[in-house]
Design a protein around this ligand. Sequence first.
Ligand SMILES: [Zn+2]
Length: 320
Amino acid sequence: MGFDSIIGHEKQKSMLLSLLEKERLPHAFLFSGPEGIGKKKVVLEFAKHILCDKGFACGVCRPCIKVDRGSHPDILQVGNEESIGIEQSRSISKEVYEYPYESQRRIIIIDNAERMTREAKNALLKTLEEPPSFNIFFLITPSERDIPLTIRSRCMRLVFSPLHREQLKEYFKSTLLVNNEKAELLSYISHGSIGSGLFWTMEENFSLRRKIAELVLGKNKSFLRASVIAEKVAKSQREMTMFLSFILSLYRDVYCVRECGDTAMIVNKDIRELLEWEKINLVRIKTSIQRIEHTINLLRYNVNKWLIFENLMLRLMESA
Ligand SMILES: [Zn+2]
């Protein structure tokens, strides 16, 4: 019920509840932290606490049910698109001056707030300067530095950390009903994020992961294959990010196997034979890591994803 259904983030949850209890809710929050760790889930559960008829996210009153169904008229959500434009920002600005339909308050959720265009950010800033008091804004972002300071300074900031491996393992075991070994692997390769773990449970992604490893580590080099894989991976920003962080973890593992000799530290335990197969030298491992990090950085700009991913794989293959 309510916050109990969310694993981790104990400090943040109790802080939010105490603000609500003391009736000291700010008019805007900024939630930041890695993707897929439950930031939006915390917002939605907290919305239930705020809007619930009984005041504690009972889960059975009409407002609670509407929140669960995603049909509460006093919750306004944007941010599932590639970018958040001026029109959306303006429609929010217009709505905030209307009274809420059914509740004392209106919840405005801007997910992926860093994707707001400059105009959208400016329009939001104006709204945040003097919003009617019945509105509460929740800005959610994986990268706080992409939110202008002028907006940040008007929000109460809550930083969310990746979940612990044990928490994740338990979560995967209980919700996906996978065995201990699979849950353990998922807890390693998901880097603290439930969302990432779920991504890797999809068969297509999981098998592509191995193909990429074979390719870049030199066991199965093929330029044609690299291009086909790049096309698949470049479908969306999210997939691209997931696969890039996988490749990064791969090279960190190779480094680990080579330098520390401590195999307990490695993340990609299921493809260990590929990590040990790898014969590239230390300097090349480091250059490769820099290349991957550079590509991850490039993703922040409007680039041709297919091209930069293909280019990265070709470069990595060359040094393998
Ligand atoms: Zn309720």
